[in-house]
Design a protein around this ligand. Sequence first.
Ligand code: R5P
Length: 282
Amino acid sequence: MDWGLKNRLSRVIKPDGRTVMLAVDHGYFLGPTSGLEDAGKTIKPLLSHADALMPARGVLRTSVDASTETPIVLRVSGGNSILDEDLSDEGITVSMEDAIRLNVAAVALSIYVGSPNQKETLLNLARLVDEGQRYGIPVLAVTAVGKSMGRDARYLSLCCRIAAELGAHFVKTYYCEGFEKVVKTCPVPLVMAGGKKLPEAEALELTYNAIKRGAAGVDMGRNIFQAEAPVAMIQAVKAIVHEHATPRQALDLYNSLKAQTKGKKKPKIAGVTASKQELNRH
Ligand code: R5P
């Protein structure tokens, strides 16, 4: 792997081999998603806690502070909308030249295996990888799941392996029963997609299960920014991903930070470093 590409990937996937990416790209086909109506306001307090931010180009330009040190994984596929019967009709929406101008650490594109546009989306991935190789930009393949498609280990292993075989440098997919098989048969790092909003305890359990079964981290959106206390939630997710916290420890941390934010009780701890002390006590 080329040095520049390796360097960019190492900004997203940290030295411990793990990452907590914050997905805020929903608007590219969903419009103003709940929690992202004012994307800048949502992103601002979360940005420094994320190992990487995943926006589409418009939100990056308008709503993310350009002085940020948080690496950007730019969504570069689209062309569909929630109004489409079949969401698979996506093309590449950002040139590699503009991605480089935006100083991104990586680019992300969805593939739709088993859909009417399977071939087009897979060839888009191959083209993007060629461009990425040329300029040293890693590519994240997102295994999008159409309304009628399954989310079992057999299907997701197929998607992830195809993405890796076509050259994706890392892959994002959903959690499923038998997730360890999906991870084992994918030769590049795999990050778990968050999915629809769950109660915080369940989202932390999901994160724990994915990490335990070999995920390199998460790329989570709604379960963070739609949480009652989003900044507390991202720190709790990070505690599982980077600090080996159990779901119980992470939930205690979430509740403690939430209380601190709301000023309901005296803060137990302050900041991420202190949160390690909190975890060590369990
Ligand atoms: C999926 O294809 C898109 O990247 C989503 O907009 C995003 O990943 C969703 O994140 P979450 O499901 O965690 O809200």
